[in-house]
Design a protein around this ligand. Sequence first.
Ligand code: PLP
Length: 374
Amino acid sequence: MKSTPINPKSEHHRINRQFASDNYAGICPQAWDAMQQANTGHTPAYGEDPWTTKATDTIRNFFETNCEVFFVFNGTAANSLAVSALCQPYHSVICHETAHLETDECGATEFFSNGTKILLVPGSHGKVDLAEVEKTVKRRSDIHYPKPRMLSLSQATEVGTVYTADELSQAGELCDRLGLSLHVDGARFVNALAHLNTSPADLTWKAGVDVLCFGGTKNGMAVGDAIVFFNIDAARDFEFRCKQAGQLASKMRFLSAPWISMLENNHWHLHAANANRCASILETKLQQIPGVRLLYPSQANSVFVELPPLVIETLRSRGWLFYTFIGVGGARFVCAWDSTETDVEALAKDVQQAMNNPDSQPASPTHGTTEDPS
Ligand SMILES: *Cc1c(COP(=O)(O)O)cnc(C)c1O
C-alpha cells in the first residue's frame, strides 16, 4: 500500500474529519449496529443466510419492483462486473470523459469484460451529452469498430452534479432507440436521490436503467455495493461471475445486513441529506470569498472550486487533505455522512485566511495528493 503522509501536529487530524472524500469517513452507527446484530451464531455462508435474503427483498421494496441483487465488496467490482454481464469483448461502453469507470478503476472494466472498450464522450457539468452519444454510436457500423452496446452514467456525477429524472428518461429513450443498455454507476446514488426528492424507481427502471451499481460505502457502510439488475435476463449466471472475480463474500451477512437497516429505517436519507446539506453550506461560504470560483453547481455532496496554487499549498500545510485536479486548477471538497457545520466553518475560515494571506513559503509538497480521487 502507498503510505499517506500525515501531519500529526495538524489540528484537523485531531478533529479527524476531512473533506478529501466521503470514504475517509468511518462506519455510521446504524450500519455498525446492523453488523453487530448479525454477529450471532452460525448461519449458512455465501449469501444463503437470512440477512442476505431480507436485504435483497428490502432493495426490491425500495425500488418497488422485482430485481436481481448481488452484494460485492466495492464499486469497482460492481461496475466492471455489471458491464461484463451486458457486453461482449467486441462491444464498447460509452461514458463521460470523467467517469470513474475510465479514470479510477485501473482498467477493471476492460479486464473483467475481456476487452470491452470504453468510448468517451464530453458533456458539461460532468453529464454525458446525449447528442455526442448518438454521434459515437452512428459514426461507424462496420465490423472494424467496437460495437457500442452500453451507455454508463454516474449518478451523482464525478463532479457533484445530478441527472434529473427527465434527463435519465431521455437517456433511456436514446438507449432504446440505439440498442444500448443503460448502466448507472451509483456510488453516490443516495446523494442524488436525496437531492432530487424523487422515488428510487423514477431514477432507475422507470427511466430504462438495466443495471444500477448501488453504493453503500460512501453513505456510511463499512464495505459493499449492491449490483441491482432491473433487466432480470442480464443477471443470468451472474453469481458465477461474482465468484470467479473473487467477489462472493463467504460471510455475506456482514455485507448485506446493513442494507436492511439503512433502507428500512431511512438512515440512508439522513446521512445523504446531511452530506448534501454540508456541501451546500460550504458552497455558499466559499462563494462569498472573493477570488474563489465555483467550478460546478453543488447538487450532491461535493464542492469544486478554483483556488490559487499557493492557497492550495497553504491549506495543505494547515493539515487539510483534499484532492486537486491538475489542469482544471480545481480543489474538490467532499462532505460525508458525519460532516458537521462546524467542520464546514473551519474549512471555510481557513480558505478565507489563506486567500487573504497565503504562506509565502509553499509547504512541502508531500502533503495531500494530486492523484485522482474516488
Ligand atoms: C467511489 C466511487 C466508486 C467506487 O469505488 P471503489 O473504491 O471501488 O468502491 C465508483 N464510482 C464512483 C463515481 C465513485 O465515486
